[in-house]
Ligand binder design. Structure first.
Ligand SMILES: *[C@@H]1O[C@H](CO)[C@@H](O)[C@H](O)[C@H]1NC(C)=O
Ligand SMILES: *[C@@H]1O[C@H](CO)[C@@H](O)[C@H](O)[C@H]1NC(C)=O
Ligand SMILES: *[C@@H]1O[C@H](CO)[C@@H](O)[C@H](O)[C@H]1NC(C)=O
Ligand SMILES: *[C@@H]1O[C@H](CO)[C@@H](O)[C@H](O)[C@H]1NC(C)=O
Ligand SMILES: *[C@@H]1O[C@H](CO)[C@@H](O)[C@H](O)[C@H]1NC(C)=O
Ligand SMILES: *[C@@H]1O[C@H](CO)[C@@H](O)[C@H](O)[C@H]1NC(C)=O
Ligand SMILES: *[C@@H]1O[C@H](CO)[C@@H](O)[C@H](O)[C@H]1NC(C)=O
Ligand SMILES: *[C@@H]1O[C@H](CO)[C@@H](O)[C@H](O)[C@H]1NC(C)=O
Ligand SMILES: *[C@@H]1O[C@H](CO)[C@@H](O)[C@H](O)[C@H]1NC(C)=O
Ligand SMILES: *[C@@H]1O[C@H](CO)[C@@H](O)[C@H](O)[C@H]1NC(C)=O
Ligand SMILES: *[C@@H]1O[C@H](CO)[C@@H](O)[C@H](O)[C@H]1NC(C)=O
Ligand SMILES: *[C@@H]1O[C@H](CO)[C@@H](O)[C@H](O)[C@H]1NC(C)=O
Length: 355
């Protein structure tokens, strides 16, 4: 039986915990960080752009700092954080929004630390010092950009490499043209976004380096949307580890300059028996090359290719016959492995099998 005293102490305990939780979220006075401000909620840009209902992206419910609507060429971000360093140092997110800042210097935040770094609508922002965030590199889990002038891949990917606990990277409408060789090397990284399939954003990537995603064993979602991409290298998507989990890797890829000859031999076969859901969007492909896509479908019994959003140019000619021959869907449609293929009923009797 629970006595009165015990009950009272339980209630006090609950109130105490709520008080602690509350004070942990309390903001320092804005005068300390002018012209920036402290807020308790920031909507993630992937929610705003995409209705991304992943709970962590809707609103960040922790103490965060926003520097917004600053168009003063003498504004110095560093001085804001020198003041704050003497007060509070642990914050959840930093958002730089609608400013004309061009450069983020080394150690910009003094002793202040963040878990998420977000840079949105800073059209002049061109460079970030490689040591801008080094002092708290192990705290950073989320890195997001949208509408910046960032173009130096060497610099950006050197910064990302420092974030050993990175979980999510989301970069849209910047000027990055290269994803370097071995770009990602992060155990906890699950989501990488460069542009969106709804065509609201993209990233002008021309080159995806070799083994760019090789050491990202827990990757679940990889989006690359670029109008400037013409070629998928043989090693670009290669995975290092045979997956120990059953988690499907979702690869979403789109760009009007990708065509049926863009994929190098074996570029879609280096998944080490991991199941992959490959979705292609708004490409200029007219057929799926049997030598690329048939081995892809055989890398894992659950791997799937979805061409529903790129099939407007797709022709039901002999190039596409193999899908019907090999992957003719069951009458109950349970085993369809090529979503959006329009030629299930085409008569391919003309086509010679190359035996
Ligand atoms: C931080 O600033 C607040 C007021 O904004 C003040 O009450 C608090 O004592 C300061 N804390 C430290 C450690 O200086
Ligand atoms: C950006 O900041 C300027 C100056 O404060 C303001 O006039 C403008 O409305 C802001 N733009 C957005 C989209 O908030
Ligand atoms: C611009 O920023 C500087 C330093 O932060 C400040 O002293 C100055 O008053 C600001 N000017 C305007 C017009 O806001
Ligand atoms: C901030 O870091 C400096 C050294 O880089 C240190 O001297 C100072 O005490 C720190 N301030 C706080 C509030 O931790
Ligand atoms: C990854 O996440 C786990 C659990 O959240 C954590 O213990 C670990 O330190 C993180 N970092 C790395 C590099 O694995
Ligand atoms: C990947 O990261 C690990 C530890 O985080 C490091 O030991 C290794 O050298 C890195 N590999 C590459 C290719 O950067
Ligand atoms: C990428 O492609 C778009 C659309 O075709 C074009 O406007 C832009 O100039 C290209 N960007 C680069 C860096 O080549
Ligand atoms: C993977 O899936 C199979 C069958 O669906 C199941 O038996 C196995 O336990 C799963 N393995 C892991 C690591 O989840
Ligand atoms: C895509 O293909 C069509 C013909 O099928 C061609 O007219 C168009 O120029 C191509 N677009 C690009 C970006 O290559
Ligand atoms: C595919 O794209 C490449 C590079 O953009 C181009 O050279 C080639 O002519 C295109 N092939 C077809 C069939 O459109
Ligand atoms: C296929 O794409 C069309 C638009 O092109 C869309 O209306 C339809 O819902 C899609 N079907 C599937 C199964 O995704
Ligand atoms: C088969 O040949 C006929 C007559 O040449 C042609 O109209 C039809 O398009 C061909 N079918 C395929 C799948 O190529």
């Amino acid at each position: 039986m629970v006595g009165r005293k015990t009950l009272a102490s339980i209630i006090i305990c609950i109130y105490w915990q709520q008080f602690l939780a509350f004070s942990q979220f309390e903001c320092p006075s804005d005068s300390l960080i002018q012209p920036c401000s402290c807020v308790l909620t920031i909507p993630s840009h992937t929610y705003l752009l995409f209705n991304d209902f992943n709970p962590e992206t809707i609103y960040i419910q922790q103490r965060s700092i926003v520097c917004e609507h600053i168009h003063n060429s003498t504004f110095d971000l560093q001085t804001v954080f020198v003041n704050l360093s003497d007060n509070e140092t642990d914050f959840d997110s930093f958002l730089l929004y609608n400013t004309t800042i061009a450069h983020i210097p080394a150690n910009v935040f003094s002793n202040v630390t963040f878990k998420s770094l977000m840079f949105q609508d800073n059209p002049m922002l061109t460079t970030i010092d490689e040591n801008a965030f080094t002092s708290f590199k192990d705290s950073v889990e989320v890195f997001e950009t949208l509408n910046t002038n960032l173009s130096d891949s060497k610099q950006i990917f050197s910064i990302l490499k420092q974030f050993t606990n990175l979980r999510r990277v989301s970069m849209h409408n910047d000027r990055l043209t290269i994803i370097p060789d071995y770009a990602f090397n992060h155990t906890n990284l699950t989501n990488i976004w460069f542009g969106l399939e709804n065509r609201r954003t993209s990233q002008p990537i021309e080159t995806i380096g070799q083994y760019a995603f090789y050491d990202v064993p827990n990757l679940r979602l990889l989006r690359i949307f670029s109008p400037n991409l013409t070629h998928i290298d043989k090693y670009s998507y290669a995975q290092r580890k045979r997956s120990s989990s059953n988690i499907t890797l979702h690869i979403y890829l789109g760009g009007q300059n990708l065509n049926s000859t863009s994929f190098s031999p074996t570029s879609l076969s280096r998944f080490r028996s991991r199941s992959v859901f490959l979705r292609l969007y708004y490409t200029n492909m007219t057929y799926l090359d049997e030598l690329i896509f048939q081995p892809f479908l055989e890398t894992h019994p659950s791997s799937i290719v979805d061409i529903n959003y790129t099939n407007t140019n797709l022709r039901c000619d002999c190039h596409s016959a193999w899908i019907q021959y090999d992957y003719l869907r069951d009458l109950d449609q349970l085993d369809n492995r090529v979503y959006g293929y329009r030629c299930w009923a085409t008569d391919f009797a003309n086509c010679t099998l190359n035996i």
